[in-house]
Design a protein around this ligand. Structure first.
Ligand SMILES: *[C@@H]1O[C@H](CO)[C@@H](O)[C@H](O)[C@H]1NC(C)=O
Ligand SMILES: *[C@@H]1O[C@H](CO)[C@@H](O)[C@H](O)[C@H]1NC(C)=O
Ligand SMILES: *[C@@H]1O[C@H](CO)[C@@H](O)[C@H](O)[C@H]1NC(C)=O
Length: 468
């Protein structure tokens, strides 16, 4: 009924029944024309907001104001045509829309039924905070090592949200902190890529939405040993450590040679996270030997060996590689041994120095009287004399106790000063640390030695020059 009435009003360019068309203006017979004092605007509202669309008219006279949305009439004069109770007229003919919804977006027309004045049009945009749909829907992916996985986040909202991928507490496998796009693909995954990935959708409306996605990577066990050579002595305690990774969680078993080890009074095995420790108390000579830990899960098996030994540890060199002298060098090293050392040998030789002559010299063999102090750590030193100046040497130290000779130490390089260089003891020189890093501790490559040596010597000379 009401609609019909309004349609009629619309068609005939309505007048109030009580008024006359064209109210006379102050003096004169000019007709007063109604005029909008508000302007057509664009309104942005977040869902749930209350919105007021102005429609202010001067000199309305007898005309009627209509609010339309498309062809649907919402109000006619003071009559609510729409049944939607969220609409109200406030302060005259301003249209209030309560609890706005996405479907309220669109153009709203305020019309003066004079058939003359142009309509006033407001555009309403509804801002919708982001929401996210993920694939897989439960946010959980499991794959085998080496596989490729894709997580997806589809976001809706207005404006269209942007999606950023990140990883909880660490950078993405690509090294980036975050990457944009509705999906993220991880290739050749391994255990380092497992964990929680997050997609965050934001569009400036409300709070960004973050969804956690979990990647589980299944892989055969990977075993590392903390030390492949462990030193101990009879009556002392020894600890052997294996680090085991694997998914599903592997079982780990300890072996001595080919025999499975069970806990005993002297022997315990414990695991903390990935770390598996075999502790042997009151070590006996039969405990020395070859140990291994074997980790196994449904995807495979892995084993790593280590040796528990009573022999002295390989020598660790402690003297700085640069002599303070032109023709001697005080070599200092540390050897660990529980039983007393029986014999210590030092071998050294000159290395090549210039481009035309690259052959190392003959080995010099020095047999030393071991110093046996109170501790298991044997700090020893020997001053090598009659060395050529401005030269490079390498040294090896071997030590023997009642269990035998130790593993041969790494080759250690040291340098004598050149002629004209001032003798200067500069342990506090900050360059010293850099130099020590430059010096290789083992003789792996001939050419590498040459290059490093000249470089180090150059540094050395320039430091010395600088001091004069
Ligand atoms: C232990 O024994 C295995 C098998 O005989 C061998 O391959 C490995 O090198 C040994 N490891 C050590 C640390 O002695
Ligand atoms: C060699 O160096 C060690 C350790 O710094 C020191 O104890 C020893 O006295 C030095 N020997 C000589 C002959 O300077
Ligand atoms: C290179 O070193 C060798 C051995 O020390 C020496 O005989 C030779 O003269 C040196 N050559 C040059 C170009 O310094």
């Amino acid at each position: 009924m009401l609609c019909l009435f309004v349609s009629v009003l619309l068609i005939i360019g309505v007048q109030r029944p009580t008024s006359v068309h064209g109210v006379p203006a102050r003096g004169g017979d000019k007709k007063v024309v109604p005029k909008f004092t508000s302007h057509g605007q664009t309104f942005r509202a977040v869902i749930g907001d209350t919105l007021v669309l102005p429609c202010e008219v001067q000199d309305l006279g007898a005309f009627v104001i209509l609010w339309r949305r498309g062809s649907a009439v919402l109000t006619a004069d003071k009559i609510m045509v729409t049944r939607d109770e969220r609409y109200r007229l406030v302060d005259g003919f301003n249209l209030e829309i309560g609890n706005v919804m996405p479907q309220d977006a669109g153009d709203y027309v305020c019309q003066i039924g004079d058939g003359d004045t142009r309509d006033q049009i407001h555009t309403v945009e509804i801002l919708v905070p982001p929401s996210v749909r993920t694939s897989p829907a439960n946010g959980q992916l499991t794959t085998r090592k080496g596989g490729t996985v894709t997580f997806e986040c589809k976001a809706s909202g207005n404006p269209v949200p942007t999606i950023l991928w990140s990883r909880k507490d660490e950078p993405l496998p690509s090294g980036e902190k975050a990457s944009e796009g509705f999906q993220i693909t991880l290739e050749k995954v391994d255990r380092h890529q497992a964990g929680v990935y997050q997609c965050t959708a934001s569009n400036g409306v409300g709070e960004p939405v973050t969804v956690d996605m979990q990647l589980d990577v299944l892989y055969a066990p990977e075993v590392e040993v903390e030390r492949s050579w462990v030193h101990s002595g009879e009556g002392y305690e020894a600890q052997l450590v294996c680090i085991v990774h694997g998914e599903p969680q592997p079982s780990t078993v300890w072996y001595q040679d080919s025999f499975t080890l069970e806990p005993t009074e002297r022997r315990t095995m414990d695991s903390r996270g990935n770390k598996h420790t075999l502790t042997i108390r009151n070590v006996q000579s039969r405990d020395f030997g070859n140990y291994s830990c074997v980790a196994e899960n449904s995807l495979g098996k892995s084993r790593k060996y280590m040796e528990l030994s009573g022999r002295p540890s390989p020598a660790q060199f402690r003297s700085p590689p640069y002599s303070t002298s032109k023709n001697s060098y005080n070599l200092t090293w540390l050897v660990e041994s529980y039983p007393p050392l029986e014999e210590v040998r030092l071998l050294y030789r000159k290395l090549m120095l210039n481009d035309s002559y690259q052959q190392p010299g003959k080995w010099h063999d020095v047999v030393l009287q071991p110093s046996n102090g109170e501790t298991f750590s044997h700090l020893m030193s020997y001053t090598i004399r009659n060395l050529e100046s401005a030269s490079v040497f390498e040294a090896i130290v071997q030590a023997k106790n009642r269990y035998g000779w130790n593993e041969v130490s790494d080759l250690y390089q040291f340098y004598t000063r050149g002629p004209g260089e001032h003798v200067y003891d500069f342990p506090a020189d900050p360059n010293m640390k850099d130099m020590e890093l430059i010096a290789p501790s083992s003789s792996s490559s001939h050419t590498f030695h040459l290059a490093t040596t000249s470089f180090v010597l150059a540094l050395f000379s320039s430091t010395a020059l600088h001091l004069t």
